[in-house]
Design a binder for this molecule. Structure first.
Ligand SMILES: NC(=O)c1ccc[n+]([C@@H]2O[C@H](COP(=O)([O-])OP(=O)(O)OC[C@H]3O[C@@H](n4cnc5c(N)ncnc54)[C@H](O)[C@@H]3O)[C@@H](O)[C@H]2O)c1
Length: 253
């Protein structure tokens, strides 16, 4: 028996990294996938890979910061596949690496628009569709930056802490409707975002050191496993949690 057989899963940021791995993993486990991203070519490539492997998927060009796009993404799941069972709000940007005094306000607004407003709208419209369909599971990608803070990433850390806060509220508000709402907190994960961040070497900020308790760097497939668990019935009694998938980063002194 596959873990998410015939469930409909909407995944944002599905063109790359954690979102791409999760889209492939859900399809492997029997889900119909709506892959959403601003990157049309790479997003369509994720869908092509799923279909080549015999799975079902649809790509929707989506900027998660745009309300109409988010609505259309959810409506696509309903019109193509009859509803939505799982929503993975995963698209995110890191913004500039810059200390407070130098932080550019347009960049601040952009990080908030994608990482916070985008997730808020995903939860809002995801819930609306799930209420009409008997419940579901919403998972959003936070970060260990929400808990530990990362120097030079003030806006990013704030938005990820905000994702955890919104998740707890949504989990309480909709528990009775069988809508579960959780987050995953990745540590270091080897994706294009991590490689971009690792290349930045400013003078006045400490680079985020690889200091997880477990050896080696995290791989996107391990995040996909955790998101699969939270979207499947194996986690049927779990809601409102922020689940670190960080190789022990947060417990390391
Ligand atoms: N890689 C890490 O070490 C790490 C650590 C902690 C948290 N995260 C979080 O994991 C999530 C995925 O990151 P990743 O490492 O896979 O990064 P990535 O850059 O490889 O992938 C992010 C994807 O999101 C898409 N995207 C960006 N802005 C978008 C928008 N406005 N609308 C729709 N799609 C958009 C990009 O096109 C890309 O496909 C992010 O929320 C990130 O903050 C990553």
């Amino acid at each position: 028996m596959m873990l998410v057989q015939d469930k409909v899963a909407v995944i944002t940021g599905a063109a790359s990294g954690i979102g791409e791995s999760t889209a492939l993993r859900y399809a492997e486990e029997g889900a119909k996938v709506v892959a959403a991203d601003v990157d049309v070519e790479a997003g369509q490539a994720t869908v092509d890979e799923i279909e080549d492997d015999g799975g079902e998927a649809t790509f929707v060009e989506t900027n998660v910061a745009e309300e109409d796009d988010v609505k259309e993404m959810i409506e696509t799941a309903v019109s193509e596949y009859g509803g939505i069972d799982v929503l993975f709000n995963n698209a995110g940007i890191e913004g500039p690496l810059s200390t407070f005094a130098d932080y550019d306000m347009d960049s601040f607004d952009q990080v908030v628009a994608v990482n916070l407003r985008g997730v808020f709208m995903g939860i809002k419209y995801g819930i609306e569709a799930m209420l009409a369909d008997g419940g579901g599971s919403i998972i959003s990608t936070s970060s260990i930056a929400a808990d530990s803070g990362v120097m030079g990433r003030s806006a990013y850390s704030a938005t990820k802490a905000g994702v955890n806060g919104m998740t707890r509220v949504a989990a309480m508000e909709y528990a009775e409707d069988d809508i579960r709402v959780n987050t995953v907190l990745p540590g270091i994960v080897e994706t294009p975002m991590h490689h971009r961040a690792a290349e930045q070497k400013p003078d006045r900020v400490t680079r985020f050191e690889v200091s997880e308790a477990m050896q080696g760097k995290g791989q996107p497939e391990r995040l996909a496993d955790a998101v699969l668990f939270l979207g499947s019935d194996l986690s049927a009694r779990i809601t409102g949690v922020t689940l670190p998938v960080d190789g022990g980063f947060l417990i390391k002194p």
